[in-house]
Design a protein around this ligand. Structure first.
Ligand code: SF4
Length: 252
């Protein structure tokens, strides 16, 4: 997968944002650098445009077109999905050559999702965006960051993802990096409490015919091609990155 970073500017301000201070320090990459990167795509590449929030850059559909002209096999956008709520925007991505989205959804309802993004109304926009993406013919997976505030509701989030038309769901345990490192005690769930809910969410996904990927390295898990994985994070203070121990629930 060729990940093309478009910068870190974002219209959400998630409590656990791994890029953290990069959102203000490196809001947008040089357009010339992005175009150079896109121009180096080779036939058969799978491309993922990632941020920050890639849909905030007006050049995105055009870069997708250039990627296709260079022979990209697939063009993904990793997004919080809010801009997809604008009428016609999903169609403009499809017309540009985008075929897959990796969309973040962190709650089964407005209160739960907006608590994590800290942006009131973000759930409504993301849900409307996903409906419009589906209507435009885009395939998408859902990425959910698992925290103390949503781990008990993972089966419900799986249900919402399925209802909206997701092909797969990635349940990614929060890591204490970036903004999350500054409030890890409020965000990181006790592993022994989270694991049964991960197992239930996985079982719910299977019963609905949805692929569930539980944490870990996406490249190693044989995850479907709807996920771009986590990108660059703010450098951890003292050079130490703290992870929530990740182990698939028994039976996985
Ligand atoms: S986690 Fe993603 S959607 Fe949330 S603020 Fe950071 S870059 Fe934006």
């Amino acid at each position: 997968m060729r990940r093309i970073e478009l910068g870190f500017h974002c219209n959400n301000a998630c409590r656990f944002c791994a890029p953290g201070t990069l959102r203000t320090e490196l809001p947008q990459h040089e357009l010339a650098a992005i175009e150079r990167e896109v121009s180096s795509i080779q036939t058969g590449d799978r491309v993922a445009f990632v941020g920050g929030e890639p849909t905030l850059l007006e050049g995105l559909p055009g870069w997708a077109t250039l990627a296709r002209e260079r022979g990209a096999w697939s063009v993904m956008v990793q997004t919080n999905g809010r801009r997809l709520s604008e009428a016609g925007y999903a169609h403009s991505l499809v017309a540009g050559g985008v075929d897959v989205l990796d969309v973040s959804l962190h709650g089964a309802n407005e209160a739960m999702h907006d608590y994590h993004t800290t942006i009131e109304g973000s759930f409504r926009e993301t849900v409307l965006g996903l409906r419009r993406a589906r209507a435009a013919g885009l395939t998408f997976g859902i990425t959910t960051v698992v925290t103390r505030s949503n781990y008990r509701h993972l089966p419900e989030i799986v249900h919402v993802a399925h209802t909206l038309g997701a092909r797969a769901i990635h349940l990614a345990l929060v890591e204490a990096v970036g903004d999350a490192a500054r409030c890890a005690d409020q965000l990181v769930p006790p592993r022994e409490l989270a694991e049964p809910f991960l197992a239930r969410a996985s079982a719910r996904a299977r019963s609905l015919g949805l692929v569930a990927v539980l944490g870990g390295d996406l490249a190693q898990t044989g995850a479907p091609r709807t996920f771009a994985g986590r990108g660059r994070a703010e450098e951890p203070v003292g050079g130490e990155r703290r992870h929530l121990p990740v182990a698939p629930p028994s039976g996985e």
